[in-house]
Design a protein around this ligand. Structure first.
Ligand SMILES: Cc1cc2nc3c(=O)[nH]c(=O)nc-3n(C[C@H](O)[C@H](O)[C@H](O)COP(=O)(O)O)c2cc1C
Length: 192
């Protein structure tokens, strides 16, 4: 069997007191149950990326880009802020470019009544520009704080775990297919 799919989990919020931590840790635990993946967690609180894009990227940006390049697939955990996604997340996305190309990205969202799905719809447009393949299946938590107990476990565990299995299965399929395609025919050589 080919080596495992290297997955980058991208946390979209660095807000003080963020709820994203709870959601992301649950996602991490779901991934840890699968032996098809290795995992790298990209947390904006630890990355300390600048918002300013400079001609020569600073060391933190270079290291971030390298981690995006190494990944075969991505899961973005995003909240909804004013019907969009956080500026922190956009800054992370924009700091890389061809490192995202020809790879799949899946979304786990949370927020108020919409469960963050409006943020996800916008992210689909952004990732299309980056030649990434957005996975149709999502996991979303509406009124997110009510959806987790004090141990950080979802209250509707079976439903969301089932949705997460579907998301990971679909992500895995695309990650394998695109890795094979990139290896046999490098995407960057495709004429633009
Ligand atoms: C600036 C801001 C704007 C928000 N706008 C929305 C919104 O438009 N729709 C929504 O459902 N929730 C909205 N919320 C609620 C957040 O989705 C919710 O508080 C979520 O937990 C924020 O993620 P975080 O705690 O990980 O930062 C907003 C929260 C913030 C801080």
């Amino acid at each position: 069997m080919q080596h495992k799919i290297h997955l980058a989990l991208i946390i979209g919020s660095d807000r003080e007191g963020r709820f994203g931590e709870t959601v992301a840790r649950w996602v991490e635990r779901q991934i840890a149950q699968r032996d098809e993946f290795t995992l790298d967690v990209l947390d904006p609180l630890e990355l300390s990326l600048p918002t300013r894009i400079t001609r020569v990227p600073v060391r933190q940006v270079q290291e971030f880009r390298e981690r995006i390049r190494r990944a075969d697939a991505y899961i973005v955990v995003t909240p909804e802020y004013n019907h969009g996604y956080p500026a922190t997340l956009k800054a992370m996305i924009d700091h890389a470019d061809e490192e995202w190309y020809a790879k799949p990205v899946a979304f786990v969202s949370y927020g108020g009544i919409s469960g963050g799905l409006r943020a996800v719809e916008q992210l689909r447009l952004v990732f299309a520009e980056l030649h990434a393949v957005a996975i149709r299946d999502t996991v979303s938590f509406h009124f997110a704080r009510r959806q987790f107990d004090e141990d950080g476990e979802p209250v509707q565990r079976e439903i969301v775990e089932g949705a997460m299995v579907t998301l990971l299965d679909r992500l895995l399929w695309w990650a394998k297919a695109l890795r094979t395609a990139r290896e046999s025919d490098p995407y960057l050589l495709v004429r633009s």
